[in-house]
Every structure is written in C-alpha cells, then in structure tokens.
Design a protein around this ligand. Structure first.
Ligand code: PMV
Length: 298
C-alpha cells in the first residue's frame, strides 16, 4: 500500500487573466488530497461516495485516461480529501496531482514534478476544459510561484518571500463550476476583446507588482494590489454582492487587502492579508463565517 499527496492551492493574484496569457501568483495549502494505492487485479479507482454523477463520471474519465498513459498498473486507488469542493481551493488539481503521483509510483516510473504535471494537466483538462494549468502546477511544485502560460509555453518561477506571512482564507460556500464561469467570461471577452484585454493586462501588471512586494517584504503594498485585483475581478463580472460585502467587512476589520480567489461567482473562497490574521479570523467567526489561516513563505 502507498500514499500520495496533492496539496490544494490559493491564487493570490491574477486568476482568469492567466487564461489569457498573463501571469498569476499562487501558493500551495498545507491541506489537500491523499490517494492510497493497493495491489489489485486491475487498474481501478474507488469513486468517493456522495460525489454528484457528473463529477463522478469526469473523475472516472480522467483517471482512466491517466491510467492508460502509464500502462494501467494493477492497483485500486482510493481518495481522501480535506479540501472543500467547488470553492476555488484547487480540489480538482489536488486530486489530479495525488492520482498522478499514485499512478506513476504504481507503474515504477519516477514521479518527478514534470511527469506529475504532464499527467495531472490531462486530468485537469477533463475537469475544466482548457485550464491555464496554474492550479495543478502549484500543487505539483508545492511552492509559492509566478506562473504564466503563453500558448503551449509555460513559465514558472518560484517566489521567495522576504517576510513569511499569514493569509486568511474565508469560506463562503459552493459556487458555480469553474468551467461555466470561465466559459461565460470567454463569451464576453470574445465580444469585446479590446476592453477585456485592458483589464487582463492591468491584472498581469499587478501580479508583478505583487511579486516585487513579496520579495521586498512590503506586505501593505501586496494588500493594495490584492484590492486592485478584486476591483478588476468585479469589473470582469466575477464578483457578487455577497463577496463584495465580506470583502468590505475584512477591510473594515483591518485587512490591508481582501479579494476573492479562484474562479469566483457567488460563493467560493476569499483571501485577506493584514497585520493580525487571527483578528481577521475572529471577525469572520463573529459573522458566522468559517475561515482558516494559511502560512506563506515558511
Ligand atoms: O477552479 P479555481 O476556482 O481554482 O479557478 C482556476 C483559476 C482560473 O484562472 C479561474 C482558471 C484557470 O484555468 O486558470
């Protein structure tokens, strides 16, 4: 029996812009998905109970494809997740990375970052259509990184935080699937490409300003970039009154910056950065909202 892990992730800056060739900044979470492989008479996946039929079918298809690519080793793989699904915390990418590691190991192939990324990307394409790849790359590498995809070319750079910091992750609840939100934005972008490109480009510039702020330890500047990023996500039609309300509460409670993270829509997860992460978490608790603090750069 062997266990393989795939961490979840948060996108600090640049979600959606990253689909259009601009950079994003993302970090792994400590929580994620564990895949356990046991010897069996064929190659199969135990689909987690309670998964809606559409997601269960996608998971089986993704697993089947990846299994074929590594020669369908004789193992039965089961999954255990500590990540909420459909929240923007990269649960599908964590599943893809954990399964890829499990399948590569079971077929006696090196589970290198490159091999895991290749296999996991195929699975993410089943889940999301045409993902940028930022989610599974962050999960596979397990480090804070600047990610950019230009066509088929991927640029990844590890970002080193001068000062480690805590980010508060607030859980609002389930939101529409990433695939649907990305497709709806694609329609607006295709109708009005010049206007939308201006917003994506501004977001991409913010990512590099955010990277510089992290590398120089200027967390207030990072918070400010997060606020601007949230404004741009709102302009792209990806926020909601509920998200904006909680963003306002977080800023009122002392956050330097607060924004949605991931695909957006009404729900999902928010990120907040401030001098006292625990105080922000308590402020959320008083509002009846679940949150946790994740450490970046440690
Ligand atoms: O599925 P989520 O919420 O982690 O969002 C993925 C990030 C997007 O930029 C919205 C999509 C992508 O492919 O990068």
């Amino acid at each position: 029996m062997s266990s393989s892990f795939g961490p979840g992730k948060v996108i600090l800056l640049g979600e959606h812009g990253v689909v259009y060739g601009h950079p994003a900044l993302a970090a792994p979470l400590t929580v994620g998905v564990t895949a356990t492989a046991r010897p069996a008479d064929g190659c199969r996946l135990v689909v987690p109970q309670g998964l809606p039929p559409v997601q269960a079918a996608q998971l089986e298809e993704a697993f089947g494809r990846a299994a074929l690519q590594v020669g369908a080793p004789s193992v039965e793989v089961s999954l255990k997740s500590a990540l909420p699904v459909s929240m923007g915390l990269g649960s599908s990418a964590a599943v893809a990375v954990a399964l890829s590691r499990a399948l590569l190991t079971a077929s006696d192939q090196p589970a290198s970052v490159a091999a895991v990324c290749k296999l996991a990307f195929g699975m993410e394409q089943v889940f999301h259509g045409k993902p940028s790849g930022v989610d599974h790359t962050t999960s596979a590498r397990g480090e804070l990184l600047r990610f950019r995809r230009a066509g088929t070319r991927v640029q990844v750079r590890a970002v080193k935080a001068k000062v480690p910091f805590g980010l508060v992750v607030v859980l609002l609840g389930q939101r529409p699937p990433t695939k649907a939100t990305v497709a709806a934005l694609r329609e607006r972008q295709a109708r009005w490409p010049t206007r939308y490109e201006r917003l994506f480009a501004a977001m991409g510039k913010g990512v590099d300003e955010g990277v510089a702020a992290i590398e120089s330890g200027d967390l207030e500047a990072l918070g400010d970039v997060m606020n601007v990023n949230q404004g741009l996500l709102g302009a792209l039609g990806l926020s909601s009154a509920r998200i904006d309300g909680v963003v306002g509460l977080l800023r009122g409670a002392g956050a330097w910056g607060a924004k949605l993270t991931g695909a957006g829509g009404d729900g999902g997860a928010l990120l907040a950065l401030g001098p006292k992460p625990e105080a922000l978490r308590r402020a959320m608790k008083r509002q009846g909202l679940q949150s946790f603090v994740t450490r970046i750069g440690t």
